[in-house]
Design a protein around this ligand. Structure first.
Ligand SMILES: [Zn+2]
Ligand SMILES: [Zn+2]
Length: 335
């Protein structure tokens, strides 16, 4: 089937271009966005309009801040993987999507198939991957999947989460047989069963004994969380008016792609939960295609809600909104 957004496909940034040191592909765009929002410089200059031009950009601070945003996004992409929803026997792939590592916890290992506790294997890890219900949608069935349907589908399928798929196209079969790090879904996290809301965020838990992979992901997750807090601070102080929505995912089951866009309407506020948090949804023009469902979203200035007991509940990409898209319902702090 020909993709209706085919003409825009060239706007996707390949991970290999994105992660390179030159960053030429998108840095001009970011400089333009961030130089226009540098309130300190604007307030000190009577020629503020010049700052809206993408160049010359000579502020060392701006260069440094763009570089740290870039590092943050590269690290975020390392926590992003391709989700394959397969039949139980692993023979046929029913659907593909994107997932994101949001939480890792350790447990004592009593798995019967382990060779008894050996060094580094007395505990295993449970890695939580956030995604969207749509990933479990098969063909035209389940137009708006609900928890009950996803839960039923979960019993029939096997979910594989594949990391480091960063270059060159691979078929789903090649991905399954590849040497990329993989995690397998163990449990569907039962959340968001609100009957009157179009809930579409979901998470799966993957049990793993691969301690090196877990250690590496833990380091990246911790860097992601501190980076998120630092960038949020900058959005409150220096760069207040930046409208930036970045999505990292695997559209069309391609190797990792990054797309950059902006919100197109005000966020939709659905419900206040607890005393200071809200369930909400974003609408944006950031490019996505089938396969992007579940892809993590970075929105500049989004009030983060932390990763506590009821962890962050981030926004993921879920579906269409005009030519652009919309996020799953996520949680954030009320400010
Ligand atoms: Zn175990
Ligand atoms: Zn497409």
């Amino acid at each position: 089937m020909v993709c209706e957004k085919r003409q825009f496909h060239r706007d996707y940034i390949k991970f290999e271009d994105f992660s390179s040191n030159l960053r030429e592909v998108y840095k001009e765009k970011l400089f333009e966005l961030f130089s226009g929002a540098n309130s300190n410089e604007q307030s000190n200059s009577s020629e503020g309009s010049q700052l809206l031009k993408p160049e010359p950009v000579n502020s060392q601070l701006l260069i440094k801040d763009i570089a740290s945003l870039h590092d943050f996004l590269v690290n975020m992409s390392d926590l992003t993987g391709c989700l394959l929803i397969m039949t139980r026997d692993g023979e046929a792939v029913k659907n593909t999507g994107t997932g994101f590592v949001v939480k890792i916890r350790k447990e004592d290992c009593h798995c019967p198939d382990q060779q008894g506790p050996s060094e580094g294997q007395t505990r295993h890890a449970i890695v939580t991957i956030s995604t969207a219900y749509h990933v479990f949608k098969e063909g035209d069935q389940m137009p708006n999947p609900r928890y009950a349907e996803v839960s039923q589908a979960w019993g029939c399928y096997k979910a594989a989460f594949i990391l480091d798929y960063n270059e060159k196209y691979k078929t789903t079969k090649e991905l399954i047989n590849s040497s990329f790090p993989k995690l397998y879904g163990d449990r569907l996290v039962e959340l968001d069963k609100e009957p009157d809301l179009d809930c579409d965020w979901c998470a799966i838990e993957c049990l793993t004994h691969e301690s090196e992979l877990v250690e590496s992901l833990e380091g990246k997750l911790s860097k992601y969380q501190s980076g998120l807090a630092e960038l949020y601070q900058k959005s409150l102080t220096v760069y207040k008016d930046v409208n930036l929505v970045v999505i990292i995912g695997h559209p069309h089951n391609w190797s990792k792609r990054i797309s950059i866009g902006k919100t197109t309407t005000a966020k939709e506020e659905l419900r206040v939960v607890r005393s200071n948090q809200i369930w909400c949804r974003y609408y944006y023009d950031t490019l996505t295609c089938p396969g992007s469902s579940g892809a993590p979203i970075f929105k500049w200035g989004q009030p983060i809600s932390g990763f506590g007991h009821w962890f962050g509940h981030p926004h993921n990409h879920v579906g269409k909104f005009g030519l652009g898209g919309k996020s799953t319902i996520g949680v954030e702090n009320i400010i």
